[in-house]
Design a binder for this molecule. Structure first.
Ligand code: ZN
Length: 547
């Protein structure tokens, strides 16, 4: 007979009205019952009472349905982002609030490197916070004129490099490539835009991206999860799962008991182009058959456009100041053909659409690929959905699709959206979570880590407060209640990953996955959600303390 544990807490928020109590009975990694401590002890006299969380609050483990596993390994490189951020070991890195502090952080890292020819990699930079001061190679030359330096921006779509790196990579006045802007004298300024341009600095770019998918890097993703109370993560496309090596890596890391989360790994065929699509249904179905309790395959992710703060998202109305429209990462006219094999195989289809023009393309393509009558319960999801219009949400509802909103944007870039990208009116309607709920569309909200830090309570705080970093409230009618936000970061996300039958609430029969918090979000209220301390998680009955 397996052992039963009665896990006692100060408060349990089950998010399942049919089951309430201060104690949960767990055996074999599953929830057996929820109830009052004394009643459960009476009912199960042989059970072990575990009081370690007697002063803590249990919620269902949070579910992050849009983040990237590279959020773990990226911490091997120097963080130069604007906001404070916490690494997988729990250390808080202060944000770099000026270009000079970015350079200071890089100088420290340069001095700490032994090998004088090793590339210095850094990440998290967002030049939109330093208006009027475009970061160029000469800035980085003030850190080193001999060591190659590669700084990838927060969006991961652009990099800035120094002259030593350009010399080594042979990027110069003769380089004729898209995404390599030049100064008045015809010399490259040090910015490499989008992957093709970054790959001109092949040694540095490949070294960077390969470092993010090692087993050690992936293991760090699990530590970030435990620190945030998250027990199920998506990896929404860090690459292809066509190769056996990639799948073996996932199996070795995630199936190990020390790894602190379940992971739903989405196949991202975008970079293979149309050639990679022919067998996509068969490929992902065969991977799906290799799923375990912790490691899931069966989703496919496409990226239609770029980022709003990078001016590469596709909009139907122009950006402010007449900036040109963004970029298509997939030719719109082909998109129905791209998604048809995924739809036909009834796999999860999640598509990155930041701008409303991208949403139009997705909705048209999905309508075409399904003949306008999608399969039941398909859970096709618009990812980010930041500028989706009301008329588009009505179509999303009619097609039975889901929406996963990038609620963190209001805090991290809300002021820039008001002043620099789309203006106050569109900014107030961004990430319109209340509209989504009012139309009955299944909702989740996300961090897109490492673009913003992994942290469901922070995402919930953003969705309930809609405050910008400068303290403005953007679109107050779109604010969620605390209960709605908690649903979105648990059951709502689980639904979009097709895992709501086994996770997302504290319900008998579901997996024993819990977030262990130092305060009750319902008591604390919207204003304090992001300040609630996380003690760690329980995953299938196994304890993972925060780092
Ligand atoms: Zn993403």
């Amino acid at each position: 007979m397996t052992e039963m544990t009665l896990l006692a807490a100060r408060t349990i928020r089950t998010l399942d009205p049919a089951h309430e109590g201060d104690t949960v009975a767990v055996a074999d990694g599953r929830i057996l019952a929820v109830g009052d401590r004394a009643d459960l002890i009476d009912a199960h006299p042989g059970a072990v009472v575990d009081d370690r969380y007697a002063d803590a609050v249990l919620l269902p483990g949070f579910v992050e349905a849009h983040a990237h596993s590279i959020a773990g390994g990226i911490w091997d490189h120097v963080y130069v982002g604007y906001f404070d951020n916490r690494d997988p070991e729990g250390r808080v890195w202060a944000g770099c609030r000026s270009l000079e502090s970015v350079l200071d952080r890089l100088r420290e890292a340069d001095a700490a490197l032994d090998d004088p020819s090793a590339v210095l990699w850094a990440w998290g930079l967002d030049p939109i916070y330093f208006p009027g001061e475009r970061l160029v190679a000469e800035h980085l030359d003030r850190v080193s004129t001999t060591r190659p330096i590669f700084v990838i921006h927060a969006s991961l779509h652009l990099a800035t490099v120094n002259n030593a790196l350009m010399r080594r990579a042979g990027i110069d006045a003769d380089t004729l490539a898209e995404g390599v802007p030049k100064d008045g004298a015809g010399n490259p300024i040090g910015e490499l835009q989008e992957p093709a341009a970054m790959m001109l600095a092949q040694e540095a770019a490949m070294g960077f991206f390969l470092s993010l998918v090692t087993p050690e890097a992936t293991a760090a993703y699990g530590r970030l999860a435990a620190n945030a109370g998250i027990t199920t993560l998506a990896d929404l496309g860090s690459g292809s799962i066509a190769g056996d090596d990639a799948v073996a890596k996932w199996q070795r890391v995630v199936n190990d008991e020390s790894f602190a989360a379940r992971v739903s790994v989405f196949h991202n065929p975008g970079r293979d182009g149309a050639d990679g699509l022919a067998d996509i249904g068969e490929l992902v179905k065969s991977r799906k058959a290799e799923s375990t309790a912790k490691l899931r395959f069966g989703g496919v992710k496409f990226v239609l456009d770029g980022s709003i703060q990078g001016f590469t998202a596709r909009l139907t109305e122009p950006y402010l100041d007449g900036k040109p429209n963004g970029l298509w990462l997939i030719p719109p006219a082909q998109f129905a053909d791209w998604i048809r094999p995924v739809v036909d195989a009834d796999l999860l289809l999640h598509v990155h659409c930041n701008g409303d023009e991208a949403v139009d393309v997705f909705l048209d393509a999905f309508t075409e690929a399904t003949g306008g009558s999608p399969a039941d319960d398909h859970r096709t999801t618009v990812q980010h959905s930041q500028l989706t219009r009301d008329d588009q949400y009505r179509r999303i509802a009619e097609l039975g699709m889901c929406a996963n909103l990038f609620s963190n944007h209001v805090w991290f870039w809300g002021d820039q959206h008001v002043g620099v990208t789309v203006g106050p009116q569109r900014a107030a309607g961004m990430n319109a979570a209340k509209t989504v709920l009012e139309l009955g569309i299944p909702l989740s909200i996300h961090s897109d880590a490492p673009v913003t830090p992994l942290g469901s309570l922070h995402v919930a705080w953003c969705a309930t407060n809609r405050r910008t970093a400068d303290g403005e409230v953007l679109g107050e009618t779109e604010r969620l209640t605390v209960t709605e936000a908690l649903h979105a970061i648990t059951l709502g996300a689980a639904h979009q990953l097709r895992m709501d039958d086994e996770i997302g609430s504290i319900t008998p029969g579901k997996r024993a996955d819990f977030a262990v918090l130092d305060a009750d979000p319902v008591d604390v209220g919207a204003g304090g959600l992001r300040d609630i301390g996380v003690h760690g998680t329980v995953l299938g009955g196994v304890h993972h303390p925060a780092g």
